[in-house]
Design a protein around this ligand. Sequence first.
Ligand code: SF4
Length: 325
Amino acid sequence: MLISHSRNVTYSPAYTIVPTHECFNRCTYCNFRADPGKSPWISILEAENLFKQLQTQNICEILILSGEVHPHSSQRQAWFQRIYDLCDLAFSMGFLPHTNAGPLSFEEMQRLRDVNVSMGLMLEELTPALLETVHRHAPSKLPEVRLQQLQWAGELKIPFTTGLLLGIGETEDDWWETLEAIAHMHQRYHHIQEVILQPHSPGSQQTFDAPPFDPLQLPFVIFKARQILPPDITIQIPPNLVKDERWLLACLEAGARDLGGIGPKDEVNPDYPHLREEELRDILQPAGWELVPRLPVYPHLDDFLSMELQVAVQRWRVTYSRRVG
Ligand code: SF4
């Protein structure tokens, strides 16, 4: 049955650039990391050539997604500078950067604020129980370290994306506790723009031996999350991890309204290719949903940004309003 009225669900036309896969943490569900020293860093020249090709492809967001160099490593400063330079380059070539590079120092975050329209870090789950299991060898996954990132982002007025990873050994109560912590932080700083609910989806590189998160539970989690989170926080789900289209639609009915960055590759879940925009439209339109592009910063947070960033954001808003009609 065709439904005549349409409702909007957003996505970000994005490209993910990985400065390096090397990471000093070893989360057992990871399908991204390489050992320190085993993943060459992308050079600025390589990135420039890549961005030139992307300039004609209607891509707005450059997601800078990096493995982590230890805060006390002699390589940390060079690693941070490479990330900063990649953001600066992307911005100077007309894109809007969004960085997710693990926990940063306050000063690092402050510097990246100048060249990012938003930033992100998954809280995953706040329960310390996971430090005995999947995060036993992942010092960056200390819950208090991650919560502090949300606080610093708020103090620095950085539009921020966070989220939960579901199905890594937590309990149901852990979900609500984590969501409540996000809601509480947002009530103080009003800076969280979206919360990703990411179902654990086993990949070919991970050592964590557990089934995928049951997709039948996802609409229920979204429904409850919608009750816990303030209304100005959008709930995002990754459509490539919700394979059955009936459940994808059920997630939207339950309150999800964003499908995240859609690009050539999901770097975090490389075994799960993104659906193309046309494929998503074919699923959504018959059910009355319209797929609408968005920027990596939500309009109500534009005024958090420097004037230089705001001017670039406005240019993209005009472009998208023409595309949407
Ligand atoms: S999940 Fe992130 S922090 Fe953990 S090992 Fe992988 S890249 Fe590193």
